[in-house]
Write a protein that binds this ligand. Structure first.
Ligand code: HEM
Length: 519
């Protein structure tokens, strides 16, 4: 559709339209005719009878009460009848793919004028392409699905498959060999954990927590055991189906009976007398993507320990949604396995050796969560900085209050500390073997996850105080903060509760204390 030709007016001309039946206003150098709209205005008709609004520049008043996205909605955008001659918009671009110019809204390596030793050209290319893809393709789906609760659109997951973005979410490794990654922005041989960090952090910019988990979160945690431990024939088939977006998988460990305590699980797998099948019985709870998964990587109790088994949806497998604080788009499920017959070939790793299969993936899983948690905190910093800058109270911007600045100072310090520690750990991961990572990084990753999610909750609490009632309101100015505050605890639970992780980090340190260490 060709852009509408907009008329040009002087401010004096606009000022003539100052009666209730002929009412124009100016917002950011754009002229709006609100004569008819005013009686439909969600904020009421009376706001338009103010002398400072009638025919006047209402920019400041407007941005104290509305997000700019209001004016981008078609039903409101068409109220614009012209522009002020010789003036241009003062608003910073929010076009898809834009890097924010708000201080601390981007990690230092992406912010203009700063440097980093970690990121090369291929990282920059990937981050630009990814930002645009997230803004243009994923964001509209995320907003719609978070709202209607349906699973993320399979067409987008399949598009991710065609671009090999699903495979890239599993980190560097053999599974990327020979693939064209995201139209060639990065070569398989150069793909490292910083590339993966970029994917995780760009997804986290969505700021829609249920959708983020719904968006193949089950694959990120459920497919690696298949990739590393399944028989080659099964591995190749399942990897192909899941990475292409044709099928879905989830990790089914947690039960109503046991969470962090994997040894306390009650789901059993017993072999048939001919030894050809497992018969799986039991329940699983809080399984991300479970409502729509075709495969489940299941932790089962066997004779002498725990065994990981790949169970296909079929007879005896039932899933039903669990209502949690975030949207059902995540597909969080309660699963029952009732005499499910599974070929023994589907065993992942050694029989009774499932604890290792499951634990070996924890470091990566937690690291992914840290990437997302730290980036989500940054979204909140940006929201708060914009709000305190545009919102006035007692005749001055909120930012003129020392208490407000003190809260933002803490937020910035926490997010920058988290990102710096994360980049340090990511650098270690790039230079260590898988075994070294397991030995040397389990503790630091656990401690950083504890730190990141704890600081996320402090930031959520501070942000609500800064936004006031809007911070607990689902629409309008504070909608990002309300959502964040409501869902922030997911990060603090998934992948291990905070206290368990903190304890793990310290126990590892104590284990590694040199014998002769004395004060
Ligand atoms: C083109 C002009 C305008 C449009 C399209 C518009 C639209 C809206 C919409 C959609 C809402 C619902 C809340 C939201 O989604 O953010 C709203 C709320 C509101 N509007 Fe407007 N508005 C306009 C101008 C104004 C002006 C000039 C004022 C007064 C200075 C005003 C005062 C309010 C108030 C007080 C609320 C309630 C805010 C709240 O609940 O926190 N609006 N407006």
């Amino acid at each position: 559709m060709p852009a509408r030709e907009l008329k040009q007016y002087t401010r004096d001309e606009v000022a003539q339209h100052n009666t209730p039946d002929d009412l124009w206003i100016i917002i950011d150098s754009k002229v709006y005719d609100v004569s008819k709209f005013k009686s439909l205005h969600p904020g009421g008709v009376t706001v338009f009878s103010d002398e400072e609004i009638l025919g006047q520049d209402a920019t400041e008043a407007f941005y104290g009460l509305h997000r700019n996205e209001v004016l981008e909605k078609p039903q409101y955008a068409r109220l614009q009848i012209g522009i002020i001659a010789g003036e241009t918009s003062q608003l910073l671009s929010t076009a898809p793919g834009t890097v924010s110019k708000v201080p601390y809204a981007e990690p230092t390596w992406q912010a203009e004028g700063y440097y980093s030793p970690y990121y090369k050209d291929s990282h920059r290319r990937l981050s630009q392409a990814m930002r645009k893809f997230v803004d243009e393709v994923i964001m509209p789906d995320a907003i719609a699905r978070e709202d209607d609760g349906r699973r993320p659109s399979p067409a987008i997951i399949q598009q991710m498959g065609e671009l090999n973005l699903n495979a890239m979410r599993l980190g560097p490794g053999k599974h990327l060999e020979g693939l064209t990654l995201f139209n060639g922005v990065v070569k398989p041989a150069e793909y490292d954990y910083f590339h993966e960090l970029i994917l995780n952090q760009e997804f986290a910019r969505l700021g829609l927590r249920g959708y983020q988990d719904g968006f193949n979160g089950g694959m990120v945690i459920g497919l690696p055991p298949v990739m590393h431990f399944a028989k080659p024939e099964i591995r190749d088939r399942v990897m192909k189906e899941v990475l292409s977006g044709q099928k879905y998988i989830s990790l089914a460990i947690t039960e109503a009976f046991a969470g962090s305590d994997v040894a306390g699980l009650k789901t059993t797998a017993k072999k048939t007398p001919d030894g050809k099948f497992w018969i799986v019985n039991g329940t699983k709870k809080w399984i991300t993507n479970g409502t729509f998964s075709d495969y489940f990587t299941v932790g089962c109790k066997t004779e002498k320990g725990l065994t990981a088994i790949l169970v296909e949806r079929g007879e005896g497998v039932e899933t039903k949604g669990i209502k949690t604080s975030y949207s059902s788009t995540a597909g969080t499920a309660y699963i029952t396995f009732d005499n499910v017959k599974v070929p023994v070939e589907n065993t992942l790793g050694p029989v009774d050796g499932g604890v290792f299969v499951i634990l070996s993936n924890f470091n990566h899983e937690r690291w992914v969560m840290i990437c997302a948690s730290v980036r989500a905190q940054r979204n909140v910093v940006e929201e708060c900085l914009k709000w305190v800058n545009q919102r006035k109270a007692f005749g001055k911007p909120l930012s003129s209050q020392a208490v407000i600045r003190a809260k933002i100072a803490e937020m910035i310090a926490r997010v920058e500390a988290g990102q710096a520690w994360l980049e340090n750990i990511t650098h270690q991961m790039n230079n260590m073997t898988y075994k070294q990572q397991a030995d040397l990084l389990a503790g630091p990753i656990a401690l950083l996850k504890m730190y990141a999610t704890r600081s996320a909750q402090e930031t959520a609490r501070d942000a609500v105080q800064i936004f006031g009632g809007r911070g607990v309101t689902k629409t309008g100015m504070g909608r990002v903060i309300e959502h964040y505050h409501r869902t922030v605890t997911f990060d603090a639970l998934l992948g291990g509760a905070e206290d368990v992780l903190g304890d793990l980090g310290v126990r590892q340190a104590i284990k590694n204390m040199p014998k002769g260490a004395r004060l």
